[in-house]
Design a protein. Sequence first.
Length: 303
Amino acid sequence: MLKPEQKIAELKQAKKAVVLAHFYQSKEIQANADFVGDSLEMAKKARDLEADVLVICGVSFMAETVKMLCPNKKVLLPRPEAGCFLADCATLEKVILLKEKYPQAAFVCYVNSSAEVKALSDICCTSANAVSIVKGLKEKQVVMLPDGNLALWVQSQVLQKEIIGFNGYCDCHNNITKEDVLKAKDKHSVAVVVAHPEVRQEVAQMADFVGSTAKIVNFIGESSAKEFIIVTEEGILNQLQLKYPGKSFYLVSPSLVCTSMKMITLNDLYIALLKEQYEVEINADLSRKAQIPLKRMLEDHLV
Ligand code: CIZ
């Protein structure tokens, strides 16, 4: 009797399938993926791969992004109900109202958004490239969708622009309080605090480093420090422990677990490969419109 890991490996080979997993996925999924990274790295990798089938272990906006960039490949999301609270914050109606209110502004849309919202935006960004995307725009006024915390952080880094935020937030990162950070610092007094820009502004201000998951991984690799307080989703701990076995990592709060990101189990991955389900399909006209800001992000800002 083959183990699930072996069955997954056989199916990947037989179907010329590649599994791409986000840093926030469970340890088991990361261990069975061909590539683990952030949404930007996943999208770039997917675009450049030869594979016939791409299995995206992440949430729905990540699989949609990959499908829009690789319309001719079969893109599978093992659990189609794995959504994103933050992406759902920006409804089409609210974005249309903002476009009427700020006709001169550039609209920058975080990849954590629906295809419909992307289609209304000028350019996409991820947390890895948000600052450079905003800096590179010719418009002085910029509306950032849908994460208000990310918009505040970008404003603190790009003082020459007026950034209009939106009231969306990641329910996982936004839960973290100053008190959580203070308690962790009390326990681990020499640890360096690294935080994701989706956290509240007052939490970001307490961090020694603020950056996307990929930037956090790089920062820790380059740092001479040995202990770190991690203020982002717990899935990243797996990569950090694998890459830097000599360093110690303390999750700032046990509440930093995204339930959507943890939906996909090893069995779901196996079934997805076996039955080639669930295939991501996007209306052709919508996909064409949403590809424009996505491709602009990838072409102009390879950060
Ligand atoms: O862009 C991503 O992958 C997300 C959701 C977080 C990050 O910082 O990588």
